[in-house]
Structure formats: C-alpha cells, structure tokens
Design a protein around this ligand. Sequence first.
Ligand code: IPE
Ligand code: IPE
Ligand code: MG
Length: 228
Amino acid sequence: MKLPRHVAIIMDGNGRWAEARSLPRYRGHLAGQGAIREAVEGALDVGVEWLTLFAFSTENWRRPSSEIQALFDLFEAVLREETPELVEQGVRVHIIGEREGLPPSLLDAIEEAEAASRHQSRMRLVGALNYGGRREILRAAERLARSGEPVTEATFRRGFYLPEMPDPDLIIRTSGELRLSNFLLWQSAYSEIWVTDTLWPDFTKEEFVHAIRAYQTRRRRFGGVPQG
Ligand code: IPE
Ligand code: IPE
Ligand code: MG
C-alpha cells in the first residue's frame, strides 16, 4: 500500500480540551506536547519522510497576549526538550514561517534545533510557526518579481520557506473543524484531507496510523481518470 510521503497536521482543539476540564486554555497547549510525541512516533513507525505540524498561524496573533506568551514558552521548551531525542531518532528539524516578531530566546531554540539536527536524514519534522499560507505565497511572489526569472511553478516555489519540501499527501486536522485556516494553501492543491473529532491533546500514535490506513483507501486522481 502506498505511503504518504508527507503528512501535515493542523493541531487543533487544545482550548476546548482545557475548557472541558475547567482549566485555563494554556493547560490545553501544555497537554498537546504529548500528542506531538505521539505523532512523531507514529510517523517514524509508519516511515513517512516528512511530518509538518501547524503550531501557530499568522492569525493567532489575535489571541490574548498571555496565551501567545504561553505558546511561545511552550514551543521553546518543546524544542529544547525534544531535540536530543529527535536527533537520536534520526529526525531533522525545520521551522517554517515568519521569524520576525518571535522572542529572541525562541529564535535561539529554533536555530539550535535546526543546527543540532542538520545531519539527520531518517525523517524531516517541520514546525509551522508564525506561518500563513497567504504570507508564504506573497513572499514567493515578491522574490520572483525581484529575480526576473520566468514565472513558472518551479521558479515560484523557490521563494517558499522550505523549497525542497514536497506537497503534503495527507492533511490531518483534529477537533473536527472542516477548514484549512491558512495552512499550506499552495501545497494543499491535491492533498487528501482527514478530519477527526479527537482534540489535539488526546491524539495518539494509533490514531495517526488509522489516518494513514484511511489515506491508503483513497483514490487520488489529480484531475485525471480513476486508475485500476
Ligand atoms: C490549537 O488549539 C493550538 C493553536 C492554534 C495554537 P486551539 O487553541 O486553537 O484550541 P481550540 O480550537 O480553541 O479548542
Ligand atoms: C489553526 O487553528 C492554527 C493552528 C493549528 C496553529 P486555529 O484554531 O487558529 O483555527 P481557526 O481559528 O479555528 O480557523
Ligand atoms: Mg482552534
């Protein structure tokens, strides 16, 4: 059965997870760290080459500053705590999105994680942080306009945050929302989408594998006619 080469996850539902327990929203974000581990383990077990996790969108700045601060503290802690094990497991870490506006200590943690893991090649783990699909497209358009290169899909992609990243074959979204929320807009043109009602902190490795099985029953046509 064909494996997705690139799985991307919209990690959603932390706030609702906390609300259901009468806890402050940030407690839901903290609880989400375990689910990140689960997703990485699932991806390594299955053998996907690329795993992208949507952690903070360019629109998430609309949240209260205390929640934003808690999220940035958490991203920094996750990067610092998880990188040694990720390196041991052969995982190379990348962060995509706008670096501008992120706190200096988080920027340091990002640079350290990317540098420490740069020789790893078993799997690529991409964190989308301060990421917006529209922003990435505008960035690529600006680069292409300045470069004077011919306008093609290939030259356009050179302006993406991580040009070598393949399009996601499968996009998973937790917490039941049926939208992309500005995630990988260009790259999702032919992605298969799988949505679960599970809230992100409750997401497990088993559910990741379940999503992969569901993907394997899909018939991707890319605008052509069904095969086989
Ligand atoms: C996802 O959980 C985390 C981020 C978007 C940063 P939410 O915080 O969006 O949780 P809900 O959607 O309010 O439940
Ligand atoms: C999408 O979740 C962004 C991330 C998972 C980082 P949101 O919770 O921000 O999306 P909306 O606002 O419900 O569309
Ligand atoms: Mg949400």
